[in-house]
Design a protein. Sequence first.
Length: 306
Amino acid sequence: MTISSSPYTGARDLRAMQDLAARLWSPASRRHVGDLAWERHQHTGREPEWPTRLWRSGGRTVAWGWIELPGHLDLMVDPACPGLADEVLTWFAETAPAAPARPAAPGAASPGTGARRTVMAASSEPHLLAALDRHGYRRDDTAPWFCHMARELDRLPVPRVPAGYRLRTVTSADVPARVLAHRAAFHPSRVTEESYLAVRAAWPYRPDLDWIAEAPDGSAAAFCLAWLDPSNAAAAIEPAGTAPEHRRLGLARAVCLAALHAAREAGARRAVVGPRGDDGHPVPGRLYRGLGFEPLARSDVYRREE
């Protein structure tokens, strides 16, 4: 097998990364084509912080690595080519300078000792976990972790909102309000109107899967963006949230249900979501369990001290 690699060059390479994610997808997968689109476009101007490389064989992508400087890696490797995980990790070590492990003591003349590299990997990716072990990475039990959850879409409750609120899809005129709601829900946030327009232009964004709960004053009180992977008939929620002044009204539940109903109408048979699973951020997990999502796998941070 002849394998070549090259740096990321733009939208065509993102589609190649998404194609690999779709080919390897299962309900327990860490990556969905939609969250790759969201994460690549939700911020503008960050490309210099994201060295990214793709590995190809026979005209199709078999691995990719996406670094967030100074020292974090996300990667996907076809299990049929497990040795490529070692190559991606070697590229990571050669490309990223690694982040300081701990700060210097107050008044110290030199920076803190040591450095760290971190990698995210899931329990559903044993070939990656084996490679991380070979390269000296160990799970960081102090770091946040993510729970990968799924549910079938055959029995969805009817969404309900309080009097004065209504559920509807996002239009181009709603982008400023939608961005304000996102920035309020995830403060501090680097999402801007420019970046959200880029999200809307990216494959596989569909306006019929982008929902808000509109408040009585016309503002966006809550939101849910669903993405459809047509090859797997699978939808993913990324992101969903509620502006602080509208919380505890059931709006997140309602707007997620509206997006899931729309995803089912668009052809999805199941849906997935990946909220934090640790005690530091428990509310999203409770929301999705209440919507019928069940945990299937988890992603953890693996760390190597240099």
